[in-house]
Design a protein around this ligand. Structure first.
Ligand code: ADP
Ligand code: ADP
Length: 234
């Protein structure tokens, strides 16, 4: 049973008198526990696809089901609720709140769910330890390196054990050593908690971390590979 099903998805944007077809005829299944990389050159429709899959935008046509729920039919309020409950996000630019510490940033999704402060901060400290940041619990984002901030971002995305974590170019601002660290952490969360990760990248190195590679060109799928997962020795 796939955690995410996409059926004949189209997205068009009006531009002046014209229509840009950003996605066409996308049909796709993503299984639980899978790391899926949406791969393709700039302008191929990767971000547009991610926006439809995560419910940020409504498709022009077609359907997206997460855990069997057709998310394009939810109201805005239901969708906001659904996203908080079932989805996690990792951003290229980290998107941490600058006035909160690492612990408070990671605990935030649990605050939205009404988890009391001592419990949520305990959970946040445990996840920060897991990403190797026990020595940065009370630091603010401005006091941390890019790699450290992204590790905080990863801990925040996984703290609610969401059905799917979406990551759009999560290492786009990081050097290659830090990229490896960050990707190893994302993979270890996915593996240990059997969680699904949908990754967007134009970088073949990133695709090499995936179980499932979906290649886009001009808004359509031009290739789909399920690769054997190989544990990387590092
Ligand atoms: P990628 O993420 O692979 O770089 P995008 O999804 O950003 O590609 O863009 C795919 C296509 O859709 C491009 O031709 C882009 O110009 C167009 N596009 C994306 N968003 C919009 C928008 N809001 N309005 C008009 N055109 C858009
Ligand atoms: P880690 O446990 O993530 O390895 P470190 O404190 O060893 O943490 O820092 C990792 C890298 O990030 C080092 O190269 C360090 O110079 C850099 N770094 C650490 N703190 C900052 C900061 N506040 N601003 C910029 N770079 C930093």
């Amino acid at each position: 049973q796939p955690v995410l099903e996409v059926r004949d998805l189209w997205k068009e944007y009006p531009v002046g008198d014209e229509t840009v077809v950003a996605l066409q005829n996308v049909t796709l299944n993503i299984m639980r526990g899978e790391i899926c990389c949406i791969f393709g050159p700039s302008g191929s429709g990767k971000s547009t696809l991610l926006n439809q899959l995560s419910g940020l935008e409504k498709p022009t046509r077609g359907e997206v089901l997460i855990g069997g729920i057709p998310i394009s039919r939810l109201s805005e309020e239901q969708l906001t609720n659904f996203r908080q409950r079932h989805l996690g996000f990792v951003f290229q630019s980290y998107n941490l709140l600058p006035q909160l510490t690492a612990t408070e940033n990671v605990a935030l999704p649990l605050m939205f769910r009404g988890v009391p402060k001592p419990q949520r901060e305990q959970a946040a400290r445990e996840l920060l330890a897991r990403v190797g940041l026990s020595h940065r619990l009370n630091h603010f984002p401005s006091q941390m390196s890019g790699g450290q901030q992204q590790r905080v971002g990863i801990a925040r995305a996984f703290i609610t054990r969401p059905d799917i974590v979406f990551a759009d170019e999560p290492t786009g601002n990081l050097d290659s050593k830090t990229t490896t660290q960050v990707m190893d952490m994302i993979c270890s969360f996915a593996r240990d908690f059997h969680q699904t990760v949908i990754l967007v990248s134009h970088d073949p190195e990133m695709a090499s971390y995936a179980h499932h590679i979906v290649t886009l060109r001009d808004g359509g799928i031009v290739g789909e590979q399920r690769t054997q997962h190989i544990e990387k020795e590092r």
